[in-house]
Structures are given as structure tokens and as C-alpha cells.
Ligand binder design. Structure first.
Ligand SMILES: [Zn+2]
Ligand SMILES: [Zn+2]
Length: 345
């Protein structure tokens, strides 16, 4: 720039102005434990004063189940856009999606035939939502194998108790938080809790522990377990021609309840004797949540750590570890009852 006396002035962008024109969106929300990518995106949109339906346009996406689709596949251009505007790393964004685990076949499908006993794409626990400082939907609520909340001992729900609609936060055109039903405005945190029997809750927990462990060791997608879980309604004799992912939460709970008084060979018998051992150990102890979480995390870190030589953890070590843990937790008194159970089942 030249002034009247002919001198030149250097003009630079000052730091504060650079802040103003930063690529970052005004409000950034932190992902919460086990949060589903779509849930985080809805909260991000709301915090920045944009309704989810309009936010789809911001990301260059069409309407429909746009955010639920992102959970299944996060295109790299959308991932980079979110990274640029929020500063969240691509790894964290990817971890919220369902791209890596669990197996796609066990997820509730996005399609729905509208029937009362058919599945919806997402479940929720009203007590969990009520306790959240910022209500959010969990990744585990997308699984057909989950029917109850381990924390609150209640059944999950998959429909608004007021209008029976599925969760459809992706369709919200008003600036309303995602825990309100899009169709009728009902606050999902107010939904009453329905009790799940202790036996069905235990089976739910055990199946989850088994799936989490086998998903992390990489054996779930290739084993027969996923196929058996899908045919659980037929094994239970409740819905002989329907697969697990097609059923509503209440219909799946009916299957779980029916299976609790039957021998569990359908779940434990496997050609892989080490896998069969893990499953029996988990079932006998009624679930090993904290241990499985630790093992799964350790395996995940091992998988992500860059190494020059790839060495798979021998599965037998895990099996021995689990067995030792079971023996330690059970103590002598419970071990004798466990042996009685073994001879029975
Ligand atoms: Zn809960
Ligand atoms: Zn409703």
C-alpha cells in the first residue's frame, strides 16, 4: 500500500484477526465415552445453532438417514471437513464410527418395514440419557445382540413411548436436542424403565463380553458365532424364520428370556476349543465385563501400535489368563458350584 508521500506501508494480518477468520466452528463438543459418530455430529450441529437436517447440507450430504450412514462409512472428504472445523483427529472421528467393529452383520439395519415387531436402527436407555450432562447415544445401542442396560438393569427401548416412532434425530429441522422425539417432541429421558429378568440380563452381558473379545481377536467375523447369534430367534423357537437383526427390542428380549432356561451349548460349542473355553468361562462367571474391556483394549492398542514385525498374540495365552481370572474370582466355594453346573450343562 502506498501513502500520499510515496512511502510504502507493510500490511500484515494480526493474530487476533486470524483467530476471527479461523476455519474452526464457534463451538466444539467433545466426544463422550462410547459415543456414536451420528450422536456427536447432532450435538455439534445443535451447539453451533444449526438443526441436524440443515447440517447435512453443511457436510455436503443429502437428507435421509445421512448421519446414521456416516456411522457405517465415514467418507474421507467428510472426515477431513469435520477435522478441519473441529480439530478432532481423524483417528478419534473414525473410532466413533462403526467401520472397524463390531461385525456389520450384527448391527441393527437402517431400513425398517414399519411393523410393530420389526427392528429400528437405534436403541436407548432413558436412565442413561437422564444421567448424561449432555445426552448422547452409545455405539453399543446399535447392536442387535444388546437388549438391556447393564448399568441400570433395565430393557433398552427402540421407539418413542409416546408416538411409537423410531429415533430420527437426523431428520430434525428445529433447534431441539437429539433426546427429544422428532415426531412428537417427547423427552426420551422421561420414558419409564422396564425391568429385564436377571437371567436375561446376564445372558445379554455374557454375549456382549464374548462378542467384544472375539471381535478384537479378529475371530468373530470368521467364526460361526455371528451366524448363530443371527439365528437366535429360531434357536429360541420364538420366531423360527426371522433373523435377530430384523426384530424389535421387545421381540429380541422375548428370545433371550426363552433361552435362559435352556442349555447354552448353542453358544459355547465351537470347532475352536480355545474359543469354546472362553465362552464357557464367561458364561459360568455371568460375564467378565471389566476384564474383557481390559483385554480388548490391550489387544486394540497392540493392533494399532506400529511394529516392524507382526506377531499375533497366541490365543492360548488369553485363554489361560481368562481361566485364571475365573478361578480367582470364583474362589473355592463358587468353584464347587461351578463344577456342579459343568456336570449339568
Ligand atoms: Zn442405562
Ligand atoms: Zn414421539
Amino acid at each position: 500500500m502506498t501513502v500520499a508521500d510515496g512511502r510504502s506501508l507493510a500490511i500484515g494480518i494480526r493474530e487476533r484477526y486470524r483467530d476471527i477468520v479461523s476455519d474452526r466452528w464457534p463451538v466444539i463438543v467433545d466426544p463422550q465415552h462410547d459415543e456414536l459418530l451420528s450422536s456427536w455430529v447432532h450435538r455439534l450441529a445443535y451447539a453451533n445453532g444449526i438443526a441436524p437436517r440443515q447440517f447435512a447440507g453443511v457436510l455436503g450430504l443429502n437428507a435421509g438417514m445421512w448421519s446414521a450412514s456416516l456411522d457405517l462409512r465415514l467418507p474421507s472428504d467428510v472426515a477431513h471437513l469435520l477435522h478441519t472445523h473441529t480439530g478432532l483427529s481423524l483417528r478419534k472421528l473414525s473410532a466413533m464410527s462403526l467401520a472397524s467393529s463390531p461385525p456389520r452383520s450384527l448391527l441393527l439395519p437402517l431400513r425398517s418395514n414399519g411393523r410393530r415387531d420389526s427392528s429400528t436402527w437405534l436403541q436407548f436407555c432413558s436412565k442413561c440419557l437422564a444421567e448424561d450432562a449432555q445426552p448422547y447415544f452409545r455405539r453399543r445401542w446399535r447392536l442387535a445382540t444388546r437388549v438391556s442396560c447393564a448399568k441400570h438393569g433395565c430393557r433398552l427401548r427402540d421407539r418413542c413411548p409416546s408416538c411409537r416412532s423410531r429415533i430420527a434425530a437426523f431428520d430434525q429441522t428445529e433447534l431441539i436436542p437429539q433426546h427429544h422425539c422428532v415426531r412428537c417432541g417427547y423427552d426420551l429421558r422421561r420414558a419409564s424403565t422396564l425391568v429385564v429378568s436377571p437371567a436375561a440380563g446376564r445372558l445379554d452381558r455374557c454375549i456382549d463380553d464374548i462378542c467384544r473379545l472375539e471381535a478384537r481377536t479378529g475371530s468373530l467375523s470368521s467364526s460361526t458365532l455371528a451366524r448363530r447369534l443371527l439365528s437366535l430367534p429360531s434357536i429360541a423357537g420364538v420366531y423360527p424364520t426371522t433373523i435377530l437383526t430384523s426384530l424389535s427390542t421387545s421381540a429380541r428380549i422375548r428370545c433371550f428370556e426363552r433361552l435362559t432356561d435352556r442349555p447354552n451349548g448353542w453358544l459355547t460349542v465351537d470347532d475352536d476349543i480355545v474359543a469354546a473355553h472362553w465362552r464357557r468361562s464367561i458364561l459360568l462367571a455371568g460375564g467378565h465385563g471389566p476384564l474383557i474391556a481390559q483385554l480388548a483394549d490391550a489387544l486394540e492398542q497392540k493392533r494399532q501400535r506400529p511394529t516392524t514385525t507382526i506377531r499375533r498374540t497366541p490365543t492360548a495365552e488369553l485363554s489361560a489368563l481368562l481361566g485364571a481370572y475365573v478361578r480367582m474370582m470364583e474362589g473355592p466355594r463358587r468353584r464347587s458350584s461351578r463344577n456342579r453346573d459343568l456336570t449339568r450343562g
